[in-house]
Design a binder for this molecule. Structure first.
Ligand SMILES: Nc1ncnc2c1ncn2[C@@H]1O[C@H](COP(=O)(O)OP(=O)(O)OP(=O)(O)O)[C@@H](O)[C@H]1O
Length: 319
């Protein structure tokens, strides 16, 4: 489990991370989302001790990075794929990291196999594509077989097959009980991969919730509903305090009274129950769900001070 509490980072006059608290639980993939410059990389660097917080802190399974006896066996990170010297081969780089962390050499072959780089292990990193460097970065993160992984934009530069591979890898790492925190500005990717999402904007927490809940909240509970006695249905719904509009701008109530409505503030089940109670047949009852992309734009598009009500309490223990 990763716990970030009251984390702040100032670079001169720029507040890159602003009193940020969240928890990434073990056994789950937590998506760390935000537009460019939101503070994702800075937060991840502070979690693994590469940057010193101005205030607050972070811990992995209750231990701060600098207090860890064997950091690479505890947490693996993919933070900067340009960090490997271009003249080094993939295998030499991994052997060097393994030796520094007192990890057995056999781990090098194992992780090269895991990321699909065994055939190019003897090639210089300078000749690698961006996607291959990403795979090498992931191999380095996995070297110590850590229980926690932080991956900063791991699908950057990967082709669709590579993207699928990373997604499957993250899911299986979480299924093994590991903590996976993965940053991205690609919403669609997170919708497929993450169990939970932490969304930040200008260094501040905007949402900390499940993917499903984020989409549900973003929709404002819009449900499309239609039937032969649309006007009666609209009246009943309004009487119960729900918002009702004609769908697609059409006037509610066709010649035979059939029309589609868009209802706000109600779940589909509420509408179905009411319709049954008043004997109104329904021909259509469809919750409208925006894409995660839409919700993301909606909640990060505003000012830094805009707070999207989190569904779950933001946790973060005091240390
Ligand atoms: N070393 C640094 N010195 C000064 N400012 C920095 C430094 N690192 C980051 N920043 C600033 O902190 C803010 C957050 O940057 P950060 O790279 O953490 O965001 P990000 O969410 O990871 O963005 P991206 O998706 O573009 O990588 C930005 O305004 C950035 O310019």
């Amino acid at each position: 489990m990763i716990e970030v509490s009251g984390l702040r980072k100032d670079y001169g006059g720029t507040r890159a991370v602003d009193d940020l608290s969240f928890t990434a639980p073990s056994g789950k993939v937590t998506g760390f989302l935000g537009p460019n410059g939101a503070g994702k990389s800075t937060t991840m660097r502070m979690v693994v001790g590469l940057d010193r917080p101005t205030r607050g802190g972070a811990a992995i399974d209750g231990v701060r990075y600098r207090d860890m006896a064997a950091p690479l066996r505890t947490v693996g990170a993919l933070l900067d794929t340009g960090a490997v010297p271009r003249g080094m081969t993939a295998a030499a780089h991994l052997r060097w990291v393994a030796a520094a962390a007192r990890l057995p050499d056999r781990r090098v072959d194992e992780v090269l196999g895991t990321v699909g780089l065994s055939d190019v292990a003897g090639k210089r990193v300078g000749a690698f594509s961006l996607g291959m460097r990403q795979r090498l970065g992931i191999a380095t993160a996995l070297l110590g077989d850590p229980g926690t992984l932080l991956l900063d934009e791991p699908v950057n530069g990967l082709d669709p097959e590579g993207v699928r591979w990373v997604r499957t890898l993250m899911r299986s790492l979480a299924a093994e009980g590991r903590t996976v925190l993965v940053s991205s500005h690609l919403m669609g990717e997170m919708a497929e991969t993450a169990d939970r999402v932490v969304v930040i904007g200008r260094g501040r927490l905007i949402a900390d919730t499940t993917v499903a809940d984020l989409v549900r909240r973003g929709s404002g509970g819009r449900v499309r509903v239609g039937g032969p006695r649309a006007e009666s249905l609209a009246a009943v719904l309004r009487d119960h305090g729900y918002g009702v509009e004609a769908a697609d701008g059409a006037a509610a109530g066709g010649q035979d009274g059939t029309a589609s409505l868009v209802v706000t503030g109600a779940e589909a089940a509420d509408i179905g129950e009411l319709a049954a109670r008043y004997g109104l047949a329904l021909h259509e009852l469809t919750p409208e769900r925006p894409s995660l992309e839409d919700v993301f734009m909606e909640i990060t598009g505003g000012s830094a001070g805009h707070v999207f009500a989190p569904a779950a309490a933001v946790t973060g223990g005091e240390r």
